[in-house]
Design a protein around this ligand. Structure first.
Ligand code: ATP
Ligand code: MG
Length: 340
């Protein structure tokens, strides 16, 4: 029997996951989890890129993200793991770093955007180089498919370049080219109507939010900037709330469009209705999520099992990598446990 192909994807534990993650990548993960051998990374070290000063909540954030995963319907049989607990990833990052030039890193459009959005003026070596660390996360597991939002595409391209140069420079086909898979909505704009919905920008609706909090956030949402008065006809194609209708309640869009364009519905009532639809869709996810939140030992056990499995796979890849680079040195292997 042919082995299942492998997926590697994940999130930074900077807070709770939200609707942007759902349509950008989580939905695909849920859909593909039976067909693929799935590895889900919680990339805690990557948080250091832009949250150096605010790292104290990392453990609770890892827990939250893990509960979000289980809440949206990812199954326990998948491999869930924490990046920092697989040190082989840092080692692989080191090897890959020699294959990427500085101008190449500086050209990465997502890194440039993030540096601007988060106001990182004195960009660190680690921030600039995080796409290399992401390549290591993907290639340590020899993943075939990477379900991600659109902002991650430059990083997958960088990963593919690393595959080509590694295999060429070291003369061995250690890695194959991974393919990205972008979700049904490549970029969901947040409730501010300007930026990508993002944990760091507080323009999001999280799975962890209560129905009331969801209502508050949706009612404050920016809608149609061209519609000044209730009696004016609306422009659904330029309205952010309408975008949410088409993503989360698509069967109603014809009616909503018609009522909006004829000014039969106002923005406030439109958003109130949308809140109802969203809360309906989120109810099951929230209930399942809450069930895991109340069982922290179980959640940490799932992560411990996954991290062990991830480490075993990464260790195997690293053996191969060291051999290709010719730094295996079998005669210098020291066992720190046995003392010989
Ligand atoms: P942070 O603000 O901490 O960077 P984030 O909300 O941007 O967090 P990430 O952890 O950077 O989330 O992204 C995780 C995955 O979710 C990536 O594949 C990313 O492309 C996808 N994603 C995140 N936000 C959105 C969005 N608004 N629309 C579509 N996909 C998204
Ligand atoms: Mg991000």
């Amino acid at each position: 029997m042919q082995q299942k192909k492998r997926i590697l994807t994940g999130d930074r534990p900077t807070g709770q996951l939200h609707l942007g993650h759902y349509v950008g990548t989580l939905k695909d993960r849920v859909r593909l989890q039976d067909e693929y051998d799935c590895f889900f990374i919680i990339a805690d070290l990557q948080v250091l890129t832009d949250h150096l000063e605010n790292y104290s909540s990392i453990e609770s954030n890892v827990f939250e993200v893990m509960c979000d995963y289980l809440g949206v319907g990812l199954k326990l049989e998948n491999t869930f793991f924490v990046q920092s607990q697989v040190p082989e990833l840092a080692e692989l990052t080191m090897y890959f770093s020699f294959l990427v030039t500085l101008p190449r890193l500086q050209r990465n459009p997502t890194v440039k955007d993030e540096a601007k959005t988060y106001g990182v003026t004195n960009i660190s070596y680690g921030f600039l180089g995080y796409p290399i660390s992401q390549a290591a996360d993907i290639l340590a597991f020899k993943a075939d498919l990477i379900p991600v939002g659109q902002d991650q595409l430059p990083h997958i391209e960088q990963t593919r370049e690393i595959v080509r140069s590694f295999n060429r420079v070291f003369g061995k086909e250690v890695f194959a080219l991974p393919e990205p898979l972008v979700g049904e909505v490549p970029v969901l704009v947040g409730t501010d109507g300007t930026n990508k919905m993002s944990k760091s920008l507080d323009n999001f609706v999280a799975f962890a939010h209560s129905p009331e909090e969801t209502e508050r956030r949706i009612l404050n949402m920016v809608t149609d900037r061209k519609r000044a008065y209730r009696k004016d006809p609306g422009h659904p194609d330029e309205c952010f709330a309408f975008k949410y209708w088409s993503v989360f309640a698509s069967t109603d869009t014809l009616l909503v469009r018609q009522e909006c364009e004829t000014a039969a519905r106002g923005c406030k009532e439109c958003k109130a209705q949308l809140t109802g639809k969203l809360n309906e869709r989120l109810a099951e996810i929230r209930e399942r999520r809450q069930c895991y939140v109340s069982q922290p030992d179980l959640v940490w056990d799932i992560l411990a099992t996954g991290t062990k499995r991830a480490r075993a796979v990464a260790t195997e890849t690293l053996e191969e990598v060291r051999e290709a680079i010719r730094i295996s040195f079998p005669r210098l292997r020291v066992s720190i446990k046995g003392g010989q």
